[in-house]
Design a protein around this ligand. Structure first.
Ligand code: CO
Length: 209
């Protein structure tokens, strides 16, 4: 029932205020998050909750299959604001195993508009076809594609001019690739963090992806 949500909202607001009476007053005046989360829209991957952050501490962009497409005005607007105005120190691209977007991208079926949105995932598949086809069909292969997609999106973020310009003016900024597991609620760092132009050159110099 939609009314239940309003009731739960009242209870949440009251609980927050009880712990910290200035909580909302302080937040209303400004936000200064240190992190930008680029994650999947999936309802099972709630950004703030997973990393234990309060409102005001995490700037969030979510879309199907956590993509960072270099021509997407929505993502680019979020990225520019996060980097140039909020001056976040970390950007994490967060995929999740069992992502419906990843499987829909490569299941050979027609789903509608989303097939176009998911096109970059099919490109990532094609670029890594030898490695992926060597894995067992199903979960194992899709999990690896999920990781490769995250790494590819880290490259997109790190190669964006907003991020490159930030590094050129010595702004402190790192881009990370994470995968979240629905089975145990744990995040895995894929070890592809990029914190400067030297890291970036190392990442793009890798063969895959
Ligand atoms: Co997903």
């Amino acid at each position: 029932m939609i009314k239940d949500l309003i009731r739960k909202n009242r209870a949440w607001s009251a609980a927050k205020t009880e712990i910290d009476p200035q909580f909302f007053k302080r937040l209303a005046s400004q936000q200064s998050p240190e992190y930008l989360w680029i994650g999947c829209s999936d309802s099972r991957v709630p950004a703030n909750e997973i990393v234990g952050l309060d409102p005001g501490e995490l700037f969030v962009h979510r879309n199907v299959a956590n993509l960072a497409p270099p021509q997407d005005a929505n993502y680019l607007s979020v990225l520019q604001y996060a980097v140039e105005v909020l001056k976040v120190r970390h950007i994490m691209v967060v995929g999740h195993y069992g992502c419906g977007g990843i499987s829909a991208a490569v299941d050979g079926q027609r789903h509608g508009l989303i097939d176009h949105w998911l096109h970059p995932i099919r490109e990532t598949y094609d670029e890594n076809r030898t490695d992926l086809d060597a894995l067992a069909e199903g979960t194992e292969r899709l999990n690896r594609l999920c990781e490769l997609n995250v790494i590819r999106q880290v490259r997109n973020v790190a190669s964006d001019v907003f991020v490159q310009d930030a590094w050129n003016r010595d702004q402190v900024l790192s881009v990370h690739g994470w995968v979240y597991s629905l089975n145990n609620g744990l995040v895995t760092d894929l070890g592809v963090s990029v914190s400067n132009l030297v890291d970036y050159q190392a990442l793009v110099g890798r063969n895959h992806p």
